[in-house]
Design a protein. Structure first.
Lengths: 144, 397
């Protein structure tokens, strides 16, 4: 059984999901990555609604990686819902988007995002992303 | 004469005018005298004469009255006709006015409709750009990155030919992504309307040179000859303009040649405004009006220095492959690539021209194959005066 803290990646773009798994594999990260394909599913997962009631199969994540442009509920809606839940007040939520707009970045900060990464192309980019996530949010200190 | 022979007397009419008023003057009244019987003998002919005159006056009066009545009737009829005519004209005018108002209202509605439609189109275009950025680039990101992973992890296990295929896929994805970025930038320039503001062209250019290694030694030797002035424009547009011109200058060189680029600025004089009326087009009325306003504003065929606006021309000179004269106009068009041996999207110079256009400036080129190119952009100086540092008499050759 994997004892590493879990990550919830909220992403509708399949190729981006694949890229993150490649990034984790290449960085040697063993953290299980759970996927929610839209905003509504992300909220259901975190709230433990069906079909995510089983916490052994769907553990609460140590980190949420959140795209902004999502079906059903946007990344901002998910973010503000998370910050309204007392138990998730300090849950790290990192925005991972292709939007370079300052408005999006400011909005994310105002709504309580922990960090903001812009999606880029290239092997070196995914390596940098995996390293940053591991160092900042998935260190043993988070486990303790 | 209006007087008629008096019936029953046979006497000729008294020699007098037919006016009754004259009669009273000529016939003094009998009681006005003090001469008794002598007066009585003269009484009858005098009364008769008076009566005749009065009668005559009355007849004349009645004829005149008749004439006047007829004239009045005539005038009345004319007036009536005129009133009818005017009423009709007024009705027609009212109808025309109503029609005009209606046409106006319809026109206004049409303008409103068209504006709404245009706004819709612009919104759709913006959504399209957004979609391109977010959705169309995601697959490219995957192609580029996964191809890169394959190249990194399979350099040993794959045949060199197949590795080359993968490299080609990665390059193509990269090129496609650049095309999209450039096209988005161009469409962004087309839509944006920034108010021009003073921009320090010198600091901006040096900033660009510092942030790109390809503009530094040993990749390229770029030298700024004169301090560039503060110009009117916007920093984002000017950055696009300078970086595209520099990128071209270092790109289009013979293989193995180290690019050499020189940048300098000079002050140029051009007529104040193209749409100012020329003397030949101006009638005497125009002159009169101008004269009353201020005489110095009179246009002349040979403009005096006072009618000139100084502009700043910034030159970018390279020692690259040069451009044939027949292409000097064509290079500014979208997707015009003269030499396929050099990588590019064909948007760079179109973008340069568009942003300079937006800042109210002009672009141009002087070039000969094998002798390098000199590109220039003309911009307005920020204070309306040439920058003091710009007044350099001679540029070192």
């Amino acid at each position: 059984m994997n004892s590493q803290p879990a990550i919830l990646y909220v992403e509708d773009e399949k190729s981006d999901v694949l890229l993150l798994s490649v990034a984790f594999r290449r960085a040697g990260l063993l953290n299980p990555v759970h996927i929610a394909v839209d905003g509504a599913e992300a909220i259901d997962y975190l709230a433990g609604n069906r079909p995510f009631t089983d916490r052994k199969q769907h553990p609460l994540p140590a980190l949420v990686l959140l795209d902004l442009n999502l079906p059903k509920k946007s990344g901002f809606q998910v973010l503000s819902w998370i910050r309204q839940q007392p138990q998730f007040a300090s849950l790290p939520v990192v925005i991972y988007t292709s939007s370079v707009g300052l408005i999006d970045k400011d909005t994310a900060r105002l709504l309580g995002a922990t960090d903001y990464f812009v999606k880029r192309s290239g092997v070196s980019h995914i390596a940098e992303l995996a390293r940053s996530l591991a160092e900042r949010w998935l260190t043993p200190a988070v486990l303790a | 004469m209006g007087a008629k022979p008096t019936p029953g007397t046979g006497n000729p009419p008294p020699d007098k005018s037919s006016l009754g008023l004259a009669v009273t003057e000529r016939a003094p009244l009998p009681m006005a005298t003090a001469e008794g019987a002598a007066i009585g003998a003269n009484e009858t002919p005098q009364i008769y004469e008076t009566m005749l005159a009065m009668n005559e006056a009355l007849m004349v009066g009645s004829v005149r009255q008749h004439e006047l009545a007829e004239a009045a009737n005539l005038w009345n009829a004319r007036l009536q006709a005129e009133i009818i005519e005017r009423t009709q004209a007024e009705a027609a005018l009212l109808a025309a006015r109503t029609e005009l108002a209606q046409a106006n209202a319809e026109l206004e509605q049409k303008v409103l409709d068209r504006t709404a439609k245009l706004q819709e189109t612009v919104a759709e275009l913006e959504h399209f750009s957004y979609t391109i950025t977010h959705d169309m680039r995601a697959p490219l990101r995957a192609m580029y990155t996964l191809g890169g992973v394959l190249l990194a992890e399979c350099s040993e296990c794959l045949h060199p030919t197949r590795l080359e295929y993968i490299r080609q896929i990665v390059d193509s994805a990269d090129r496609m992504d650049k095309l999209i970025t450039d096209a988005l930038q161009y469409s962004g320039v087309v839509r944006e309307h920034n108010e021009p503001e003073p921009v320090d062209a010198d600091a901006l250019l040096r900033g660009i040179l510092e942030s790109y290694p390809e503009f530094q030694l040993p990749h390229a030797n770029i030298h700024i000859d004169t301090r560039l002035p503060v110009v009117l424009g916007n920093a984002a547009g000017l950055t696009q303009c300078f970086s595209n011109l520099l990128a071209n200058a270092v790109k289009f060189v013979r293989p193995g040649q180290t690019p050499e680029v020189r940048v300098w600025a000079e002050s140029v004089q051009t007529p104040k405004s193209r749409d100012q009326p020329q003397p030949t087009e101006e009638g005497p009325v125009g002159h009169a009006t101008r004269n009353t306003q201020h005489e110095s504003a009179l246009p002349t065929l040979n403009p005096q220095p006072s009618t000139l606006n100084p502009l700043v021309r910034i030159w970018f000179e390279d020692k690259g492959i040069g451009i044939e004269k027949q292409y000097h106009d064509k290079i500014w068009q979208m997707f015009q690539q003269l030499n396929k041996a050099y990588e590019g999207t064909g948007i760079g110079l179109a973008l340069v021209r568009k942003v300079v256009d937006r800042m109210g400036g002009k672009v141009g080129v002087e070039s000969e194959p094998g002798h390098g190119s000199r590109f220039w952009v003309e911009l307005k100086p920020a204070n309306g005066q040439p920058h003091p540092k710009l007044l350099i008499p001679d540029r070192p050759q």
